[in-house]
Design a protein around this ligand. Structure first.
Ligand code: ATP
Ligand code: MG
Length: 321
C-alpha cells in the first residue's frame, strides 16, 4: 500500500524535570509516493523528533498536537491497536542507531523472519529465501552466514545495511532513514548512499532521509525541508534550496558546508550564536537572535509561511510581499 503523507501544524513537546521542551513547532510537510524527501538542520533542531512522530514511535514523555495524515488516516488520533498495525506494515523507521532495530540476544536471521510476521502467505523457508534475496539486494554477499550472526558481530556499515533490509522486509509504504551515514566512515558512507540511490529507482513508496550533511541530501532527494530549532524554516525542490535559498538560515547553512568548498583552505564561516532555549522559545522569529537581516517585526511577530513558488516555501519576514 502506498499513499501520500501530510503533517499539518505538527507540534511536539517533551515533558522533562527541567520543563517542557518545544522540540517541534507548527511543522507542515508533505510527501507523495515515489518522492525522496530530505530533512536537514543542525544537531538538536528536531529532525529525529519529526520522523519519530511520523513513525508513531515517540517516547511516553512526548505530547503531540496537530495532524499526521498518511493514506487518508490521521495517525495522531489513531487508537493504540490500529497504530501498531499500521506501524508494523506501512511505516518503517531505520533509526539513528541501527543497533536499536535488533534484539542483541537473537540471531539476525531469526529476527528478519519475525519482521515478516505480516506475510501470513509465506512459510518459514519462503521467508528465509526472501531474506537471502533482500540481503543480496542491500549488498550483503554471504547472506546464509550473516543470518547466523548476532547484531554485535556486525560492522557499522553491515548493521546499517541489515537495518535497511529489515525495514524493507516489512514492505513499508513509507521508509524513513534517520542519519543513515553519520556513524560510518567515508567508504561505508559512499556505499550506503549508493544503496539508497538504487532503492529510489525501484521503490514506489515515500523515502524520507534525515541528515545534517547537505551533500547526502543533494545526492538523494527530490525535495528538502530545512529545520531550525524545531521549525521548518524553508522547503522546496533540492535545486531551489541549493541554488535559490531565501531563508537566511538556509543560506548560512549552505555557506558553512565544507563539502561545497572542497578547495577552500581558509576556515569556513560558522553561524554566530547558539540555538535558542527550547523550553522558552522566543516570541517572534525562531532565528532572529542569529539572523544577519533582522527586520522590525522579527523579534515579536512569528513570520508567516510564504509560498515562493509551487513547492518552495520560507518562513521569514524578509521574503514577505
Ligand atoms: P541530532 O542531529 O543531534 O540527531 P535532532 O535534530 O535529531 O538532533 P532531536 O533529537 O529531535 O534533534 O531533539 C530535538 C530537541 O528535543 C533537543 O533539544 C533534544 O534535547 C530534545 N529531546 C529529544 N528527545 C527528548 C526526550 N526524550 N526528552 C526530552 N527532550 C528530548
Ligand atoms: Mg537526530
Amino acid at each position: 500500500m502506498t499513499g501520500s503523507l501530510a503533517a499539518r501544524d505538527l507540534s511536539v513537546r517533551y515533558e522533562t524535570l527541567h520543563g517542557s521542551v518545544q522540540a517541534l513547532r507548527h511543522v507542515d510537510i508533505e510527501a507523495h509516493p515515489g518522492e525522496v524527501i530530505g530533512i536537514v538542520g543542525e544537531s538538536g533542531c528536531g529532525k529525529s523528533t519529526l520522523v519519530t512522530a511520523l513513525a508513531n514511535l515517540l517516547p511516553a514523555n512526548a505530547r503531540v498536537e496537530g495532524s499526521i495524515v498518511y493514506h487518508g488516516v490521521d495517525l495522531v488520533n489513531l487508537d493504540a491497536h490500529r497504530r501498531r498495525l499500521l506501524r508494523g506494515d506501512e511505516i518503517a523507521l531505520v533509526s539513528q542507531d541501527p543497533m536499536t532495530a535488533f534484539n542483541p540476544v537473537l540471531t539476525i536471521g531469526d529476527q528478519l523472519v519475525d519482521f515478516q510476521h505480516h506475510r501470513k502467505d509465506l512459510d518459514r523457508s519462503q521467508k528465509k529465501a526472501r531474506i537471502a534475496a533482500m540481503l543480496t539486494r542491500v549488498g550483503i554477499s554471504d547472506a546464509e552466514q550473516r543470518m547466523k550472526s548476532y547484531p554485535h558481530e556486525l560492522s557499522g556499515g553491515m548493521r546499517q545495511r541489515m537495518a535497511i533490509a529489515a525495514a524493507l522486509l516489512t514492505d513499508p509504504g513509507l521508509l524513513i532513514a534517520d542519519e543513515p551515514t553519520t556513524a560510518l566512515d567515508v567508504t561505508m558512507e559512499a556505499q550506503i548512499i549508493h544503496l539508497l540511490r538504487e532503492l529510489r529507482r525501484e521503490y514506489n513508496g515515500i523515502i524520507i532521509v534525515v541528515s545534517h550533511h547537505l551533500g547526502v541530501i543533494a545526492e538523494l532527494c527530490d525535495r528538502v525541508y530545512v529545520m531550525y530549532a524545531g521549525e521548518v524554516v524553508e522547503g522546496g525542490e533540492v535545486d531551489a534550496i541549493f541554488h535559490d535559498a531565501h531563508h537566511p538560515y538556509t543560506r548560512a547553512l549552505l555557506a558553512c558546508d565544507p563539502a561545497r568548498f572542497p578547495d577552500r583552505l581558509e576556515r569556513l564561516p560558522t553561524i554566530p550564536g547558539t540555538l535558542p532555549n527550547l523550553t522558552e522559545p522566543p516570541a517572534g522569529c525562531i532565528y532572529a537572535s542569529r539572523c544577519e537581516r533582522t527586520l522590525e517585526p522579527c523579534r515579536n511577530v512569528v513570520p508567516p509561511c510564504v509560498k515562493l513558488s509551487a513547492c518552495h516555501i520560507a518562513r521569514c519576514h524578509g521574503v514577505c510581499g
